[in-house]
Design a protein around this ligand. Structure first.
Ligand code: ZN
Length: 204
């Protein structure tokens, strides 16, 4: 399986990092070795001093597809989950300055946290009104709503599949809302989708 991540999909987050609003979706990938599951602890790598949390809604691809038309895109995911796209912001900023790829800052081990369970897409009355949030040490630091995404789920699935064949089990992280920030040793991170807690783990 592969992990596809959408960047710059919420205006408020684009502004907080002083980036430009993209004219089309921005995506990058993480390898399966970056997955962190079962609420296992996250270890901050020694080569970075600024790992940021990015809470994101995650689509699980349920059907093989390429070149998917937007009007059929909803047929390719049936489950929605919650994840964190950990980002070594200091490393990413250095790479961005040089115009180099971001992989090192995004694809490292344990950088793709995924919640223990997914919710059926059919459980959501409106896919454009899904609330989610991240609490750090009991305080809400990021709260998002899928209605604020520049590119919605169907846009993303259709766009990515023009370039990359989607396979069953692939995960698509759909971008983070505002409020990203550094994590430190000892932090407890709790992620909620609607009112369900799907993430609860420690930073070590
Ligand atoms: Zn992200």
């Amino acid at each position: 399986m592969k992990i596809i991540c959408i960047g710059r999909n919420y205006v408020a987050h684009i502004k907080e990092l002083s980036n430009e609003v993209p004219g089309e979706p921005v995506f990058f990938m993480k390898p399966d070795s970056s997955l962190l599951r079962n609420n296992d602890p996250f270890f901050i790598p020694e080569w970075t001093n600024d790992v940021h949390h990015e809470i994101e809604l995650v689509l699980r691809i349920s059907r093989l597809g390429k070149g998917i038309e937007k009007r059929f895109a909803h047929r390719y995911y049936q489950q929605i989950g919650l994840g964190i796209d950990f980002t070594a912001r200091d490393v990413q900023n250095r790479l961005k300055e040089k115009g180099l790829p971001w992989e090192k800052a995004k694809a490292f081990d344990r950088a793709a946290v995924i919640g223990s369970s997914f919710l059926p897409a059919g459980d959501f009355p409106d896919l454009k009104n899904i609330e989610f949030r991240l609490d750090v040490n009991g305080k809400t630091v990021q709260s998002g709503n899928s209605g604020l995404m520049i590119y919605d789920f169907d846009d993303i699935v259709s766009y990515v599949s023009q370039f990359v064949t989607l396979k069953i089990g692939d995960l698509i992280y759909t971008g983070t809302p505002a409020g990203v920030g550094p994590v430190k040793t000892g932090d407890r991170l709790e992620g909620y989708l609607k009112d369900q807690k799907l993430l609860d783990f420690q930073v070590k």
